[in-house]
Design a protein around this ligand. Structure first.
Ligand SMILES: [Zn+2]
Ligand SMILES: [Zn+2]
Length: 244
């Protein structure tokens, strides 16, 4: 028995590039047999739909909308919905999934969207957050090349990013980075922007995740299996046979 979780998900309430609402995403993941999802919308320094000129508090309130929409629907369906975000470092456009911090943290730390990576990483980790470098070697027009991952400033790396299975994600290079730095947590994420890809990525556990802290503890304990192209794999990415 596995409990499946999406780790990298965008909603149209908050992410400009997403095509489905949080509620629609929740329904798609329930249908795909997942136990939960982490909503990780583009933060204010990324492709975020929230007007830049608003004040911090107002922006934070609006930022919660995608998560809330998913959470409310999840409560009706029996899908666990957790909060996170995707921080984008300027000008490189490197992306960092951030977990285990909440709205109160955001309200208490205005303008962290302007922080350099080192300061952001220190603040997040000091407050119990978990930082994962998303698709560290993705090639795209909006990303400054060459990529310069900073493994010492993160807790882990997204070794598999589905994102419509584009070869431009260079997942093989992300794997190489993880192998070179074995202390890094490995996760897989769909980077879902449209419901049709629900079920392709994420992580799985042998037990149900209670909250974001439990998720972090489970990852640190090495208990995560990776969901790659819809199959459950071990932490090396090898598909495993389910024991009946
Ligand atoms: Zn996006
Ligand atoms: Zn993303």
């Amino acid at each position: 028995m596995f409990y499946k979780y999406e780790t990298h998900l965008h909603t149209s309430e908050v992410s400009k590039c997403a095509h489905n609402t949080g509620a629609e995403m929740a329904r798609a993941y329930k249908k795909a047999g997942y136990t939960g999802i982490f909503v990780t919308d583009h933060f204010f320094n990324g492709n975020c739909a929230i007007p830049r000129e608003l004040g911090w508090k107002q922006k934070v309130n609006l930022f919660m909308r995608g998560y809330k929409s998913a959470k409310e629907e999840g409560e009706k369906l029996g899908l666990d919905v957790f909060f996170g975000w995707e921080f984008t470092l300027r000008p490189y456009a490197a992306d960092f999934l951030t977990y285990n911090l909440d709205k109160e943290f955001l309200l208490a730390h205005p303008y962290i969207d302007r922080f350099p990576l080192k300061e952001y990483s220190e603040l997040v980790r000091k407050n119990g957050g978990l930082l994962i470098h998303a698709h560290p070697y993705r090639e795209a027009e909006y990303i400054l090349y060459p990529p310069r991952p900073k493994p010492h400033l993160v807790d882990g790396v997204e070794v598999n990013n589905t994102a419509s299975n584009s070869p431009d994600n260079n997942n093989h290079l992300a794997w190489r980075l993880a192998l070179k730095h074995p202390y890094l947590i490995r996760i897989s994420g769909t980077d879902i922007h449209t419901t049709e890809f629900a079920g392709l990525g994420g992580v799985a556990f042998r037990y149900r995740i209670k909250d974001s802290q439990h998720f972090v503890d489970a990852l640190r304990a090495g208990d995560a299996y990776l969901i790659i192209d819809g199959k459950i794999t071990d932490r090396e990415g090898k598909p495993i046979e389910e024991v009946v």
